[in-house]
Design a protein around this ligand. Structure first.
Ligand SMILES: Cc1cc2nc3c(=O)[nH]c(=O)nc-3n(C[C@H](O)[C@H](O)[C@H](O)COP(=O)(O)OP(=O)(O)OC[C@H]3O[C@@H](n4cnc5c(N)ncnc54)[C@H](O)[C@@H]3O)c2cc1C
Length: 399
């Protein structure tokens, strides 16, 4: 049986590891933290996973939280006087990645998968390439494997982070808070909140996305949750007062349930060539990193795992050569490309036809519904909101 090494135990690497393990492959996951360290560590993401990506998890039977996770049934949007709410066709869900990944890693090990604890460097990859028939790099975003996976300038319009981001989980939320993705847009940036299942129980993930240098870019130096909570309360009251009810009875969910940082969106060539000539294949954020503004990274990671798994199975005993790697990425890329475009466009000031669409959504539920489904599946974005004439024609059809 073929031996496959996967670097990283996140949404991309573990979903592929669990899927291939079920097919009888001998999988080794090499990762820098074990399950208890993940579970007891700092919060990682807001991880809103929409139904098309959940389908992959359900197909593998690793959707362990379906009966207890709060349902994310809709999308609410507010920007100044514009405000609307619409249901999602199928509920999304957010399971704290600390809980999800620690459970998945434990499941993988319980079923006989090999887990090695090691912080992998690019130099280590040569020995893995000799040991395994295929090496996948699923080690997430960041520059650590920059030397291997070249930036693709055609699809990477930004060379700097476009937002200062921050996130905090709070619990004790009033029942009146919208049980979906509650998204607000202002001149200083964005704020959104959504229900999350954490190891401590249900909570809400509160996310601020500030234009660099603006008043929402204020997180540098924040080190404890109480300070984070205080700043979040001030920002809500000042910039998103319609959403401040969320904190009325809330308290921080845990001391490590906050983060802040900046992410540069980058698309990379997913094939890395080692000095020996051996090839390794990137997946998830290691291949395509987006700013979290559209909440798509974990979704793309799941789609990537599903696409690669299908190609690996199809490959049978044939070598995992460059053509195989290109085919695997090509299956994933159409969705990744449009999702990346959608995410990157959301970071830019919205053009008038997009503002007109958001405004019309307030009075025309079909427009609100169509916009919200973009988060489920961004494929509809191109040819609609990327095309001013088509967008205006669509809006006119409701006049
Ligand atoms: C604040 C925030 C909010 C977000 N909200 C959403 C959202 O609502 N919806 C959504 O879909 N996405 C969201 N995302 C993005 C999403 O979390 C990521 O896109 C997703 O987790 C990527 O999965 P991955 O498996 O590729 O990488 P990761 O989840 O980063 O996993 C990487 C794994 O590799 C391990 N690792 C890293 N370096 C090494 C190394 N050198 N050696 C060995 N192991 C290593 C890590 O420990 C980890 O196990 C958000 C991200 C952030 C930061």
């Amino acid at each position: 049986m073929r031996r496959i090494g996967i670097i990283g135990a996140g949404q991309a690497g573990l979903l592929l590891a669990l899927g291939l393990q079920q097919q009888g492959y001998e999988i080794t996951v090499i990762t820098d933290r074990d399950a208890p360290a993940i579970l007891g560590g700092r919060v990682l993401s807001n991880q809103c996973v929409f139904e098309p990506a959940l389908r992959h998890e359900r197909a593998l039977g690793v959707n362990f939280w379906d009966d207890i996770v709060p349902s994310i049934g809709g999308v609410a949007f507010t920007s100044g006087p514009i405000t609307w709410k619409t249901p999602l066709d199928h509920p999304a869900q957010s399971v704290d990645q600390r809980l999800k990944m620690s459970d998945w890693l434990a499941e993988f090990a319980d079923l006989g998968g090999e887990v090695r604890l090691h912080k992998v460097t690019p130099d280590d990859l040569e020995s893995y390439a000799r040991e395994f028939d295929l090496v996948l790099v699923a080690a997430g975003r960041g520059p650590q494997f920059d030397s291997l996976f070249a930036r693709d300038d055609r699809f990477s319009p930004y060379s700097e982070p476009q937002r200062a981001i921050s996130m905090m989980y709070v619990s004790g939320i009033s029942d009146r808070v919208f049980p979906g993705v509650d998204f607000s847009l202002g001149p200083e940036g964005e704020y959104f909140a959504l229900p999350v299942l954490t190891a401590r129980g249900p909570a809400y993930g509160m996310y601020f996305s500030g234009i660099p240098g603006g008043p929402l870019d204020c997180w540098d130096g924040v080190t404890d949750i109480d300070q984070h909570f205080e700043i979040a309360a001030r920002l809500l009251a000042e910039f998103f007062p319609w959403a401040k009810e969320i904190l009325d009875h809330a308290a921080p969910n845990g001391p490590l349930d906050h983060l802040h940082g900046r992410i540069t969106p980058i698309v990379r060539d997913p094939i890395g060539r080692l000095p020996s000539g051996a090839l390794v294949l990137a997946m998830g954020d290691a291949a395509v990193t987006n700013d979290p503004i559209a909440g798509q990274g974990a979704n793309l990671a799941a789609h990537c795992a599903a696409a690669y798994q299908a190609r690996i199975l199809e490959q049978g005993d044939a070598p995992f050569d460059e053509a195989f790697m290109r085919r695997g990425f090509a299956d994933f890329w159409p969705l990744a490309r449009v999702t990346t475009r959608f995410s990157n466009d959301l970071l830019a000031p919205p053009p008038p036809h997009v503002l007109a669409t958001l405004e019309t959504a307030q009075s025309v539920p079909a427009v609100a519904h169509r916009f919200a489904q973009l988060f489920n599946d961004p494929s509809d974005y191109e040819g609609w909101l990327t095309d001013e004439a088509e967008s205006l024609r669509y809006l006119k059809s409701f006049a």
